[in-house]
Design a protein around this ligand. Structure first.
Ligand SMILES: C[S@@+](CC[C@H](N)C(=O)[O-])C[C@H]1O[C@@H](n2cnc3c(N)ncnc32)[C@H](O)[C@@H]1O
Length: 295
């Protein structure tokens, strides 16, 4: 059984609310902005629907804390400074809730396992994962195709930079493939989620999580990495590459979040910078490409 709390907030205050709740020891947070699909020239794209209010969902497992649900009521009230009436509460059947996430066989010898039942896969390797609030639960095509490529690549001893890390699932995959160190960057407050899943997978290598906007402000990527991952989108990728002079900072890029009608321009950009396509995957309209620098 799970305890579910729902708080209605002004949409622009969701990020701040997540940070405050984390500071009060309230973690399992879910916020899914509604999206609308719209037609573009050669297919479909999507955008978040602008809404004044958002519903932030918070879950606590039975027996995870003494005194539930009252303990969480108090923490949520204090963290967000809202009256008790602003918090909706109900008990949820864990089995039913879990069915939103079914384990995914990535068909490369790896399973993305939400169920905690890795014993079901004696002949596979398992990336254990507890979805939280950040993008990167594993349900999106781009995450899955990045995982297919990463988990089929030996990254022993490599330094990996994961831009737009979200849940950190790609960094964790890189860690499981032997990366020497991991740096994960996002402008959302994702560190706690990433560390939770890194621990679940018993990752031992250094993992640095940085909260920064890659497109505005003073943050700059200075070091060189063996592999840079960007799953954000075509336009953002181009801007991030230029702003941080990334083509000089790695000879391998895993790029995703590219819708098929933008692929040509992204590939042209990488060609111009001296990269060729090592591997390309597509799921629905989403394209994922591994680029390597020409020798
Ligand atoms: C499509 S999700 C990818 C998440 C995860 N890497 C995966 O592959 O599933 C893109 C992520 O990039 C982050 N992001 C988007 N624009 C950003 C920016 N300008 N600076 C930092 N992070 C950004 C978002 O918060 C989101 O977590």
């Amino acid at each position: 059984m799970l305890h579910e709390f729902i708080v209605r907030l002004a949409t622009e205050s969701v990020d701040e609310a997540i940070e405050k709740l984390n500071a009060f020891g309230v973690y399992n947070l879910y916020y899914e902005p509604p999206i609308e699909i719209y037609q573009v020239e050669n297919g479909y794209d999507y955008r978040e629907i602008e809404q004044k209010y958002a519903e932030l969902k918070i879950y606590a497992e039975e027996d995870s804390l003494p005194g539930l649900p009252q303990t969480y009521f108090t923490r949520i009230k204090q963290a967000l400074n809202v009256p008790k009436e602003a918090i909706r509460y109900r008990e949820v059947d864990e089995q039913q809730w879990n069915t939103a996430f079914e384990d995914i066989d990535l068909e490369n010898g790896w399973v993305l396992c939400y169920s905690g039942s890795e014993d079901k896969y004696p002949n596979k390797q398992v990336l254990k994962f507890e979805p939280q609030a950040a993008f990167g639960t594993g349900l999106h095509e781009t995450t899955q195709d990045c995982l297919r490529i990463l988990l089929s690549t030996d990254l022993s001893g490599q330094t990996v930079l994961d831009l737009g890390t979200g849940s950190g699932v790609l960094s964790i995959a890189a860690g499981l493939k032997g990366a020497h160190s991991l740096t994960a960057v996002d402008y959302e407050p994702v560190e706690r989620e990433i560390r939770l899943n890194a621990e679940l997978n018993n990752l031992q290598q250094p993992l640095q999580v940085e909260k920064a906007d890659l497109l505005t402000g003073d943050y700059r990527i200075k070091e060189h990495y063996d592999l840079i991952i960007i799953n954000i989108g075509a336009e953002e990728t181009r801007k991030i590459l230029d702003r941080h002079l990334l083509a000089e900072k790695s000879s391998t890029f895993l790029i995703s979040g590219i819708v098929e009608w933008n692929v040509e321009s992204v590939v042209a950009d990488f060609h111009e910078k001296g990269f060729f396509i090592k591997e390309k995957r597509q799921a629905n309209e989403w394209v994922t490409i591994l680029f390597e620098k020409t020798a």
